[in-house]
Write a protein that binds this ligand. Sequence first.
Ligand SMILES: [Zn+2]
Length: 428
Amino acid sequence: MSLLLRGGLVVTQDEKRRVVSGDVLLDDERIVAVGDIDRSAENVIDCSGCAVLPGFINLHQHVANTLLRGVADDVPLEEMLPKASAIDAKLTRRDVQIGALLGCVEMIRSGTTSFHDLFYWEDEVARAVRESGMRGFLSWVTLDEAFTTQHGSPLKNADAFVAKQKDDPLVTPSVGVQGVYVASEETYAKAKEIADRRDVRLHTHLSETRGEVEAHRKKTGLRPVEWLEKIGFLGERVTAAHCTWITMNEVRALARCGVSVAHCPVSNMKLASGGVAPVPEMLEAGVIVGLGTDSPISNNGMDVFADMKIAALLHKSTRWDARIMPAQTVLDLATIHAARALHVEREIGSIEVGKRADLAVVSLKGAHTTPFYPESVIRHLVYSGRGSDVQATIVDGKVLMAGGVVRTVDESDVIARAQETARELFEA
Ligand SMILES: [Zn+2]
């Protein structure tokens, strides 16, 4: 089926970062033309007064935790994790599925088309992904059995999950590891063995807090990045979330090993992790960095517009340098760089002929985005844009939302079921 996005300001995020006034034509799941298009299509979306963007790729997320939104505010990570685990232990498969579906609706509403998730029961998240029409890069989390709330062995569960999810353009399975504080050398080695054998990616938390880094140094004599390099875990398959407390030597190790990083500034700030991830240094060293919202417990939303603005401001503010982390760089983190981080930049992350059609149509007609000029559109999106400006969200050529109405799922039903599920969880 063909679809024409007519008369928008197309923020391509291509190699030259061109912004083009014109149209985007889709044929089934692919982009087939960009620019002035003199062809009709079966369906047309009027994009006048709107920017057309590649959909955001949220590079680190725990989507089912929408149900835990607000349960551990105003406390540090060390207090948040036990609260989260206590509720985690009570979650059923059905809870995870409804939590994931709620998160998918929230992301569709705010222009995110792909997300990189770290959780257990990822088969339930996969079900929500398929129902909502989003694209999920889903990592089944592993950790030492002594620490897990999962039923059965986390490593066996991850292996079985990866084996089952095959040949689905919307679901890409991978293996996760929670972090060095709950995963031994053996767990990391076995997770890597599964990923190598199944030819899938790895996803882990890394050097999020000073406490984690210091405890690991006391235990092993090495900082987490150094230790993971020594045990042979680091490599091009790995995306590491946070990397807040890392030295320049560790930045170079990440670059040397081809590890990509999910920067999660809102989560780090809310949990008062204290450090600021050295993102400008990582980019300078050649580390691929994308942007993640992290869990709805520690953010509390999934509006990538908000996180782009905060990412820019955090680095400017702490370095007393207004020029650092400009809007274009931040938009890159949320789109094409995140695609590169997952090694899918040939398929998604920019608006180019031949790529999969994952797009967001964003109104620039609001009071808070007026006046706008074509030359300021990227700065407008980063500093003034809001998730609620998104008019349409498209994944693989399928319209998931248009005119502000989610089409793939019944939004009010999802919200009602999530509210009821959360009430049962907290009453029990
Ligand atoms: Zn996380």
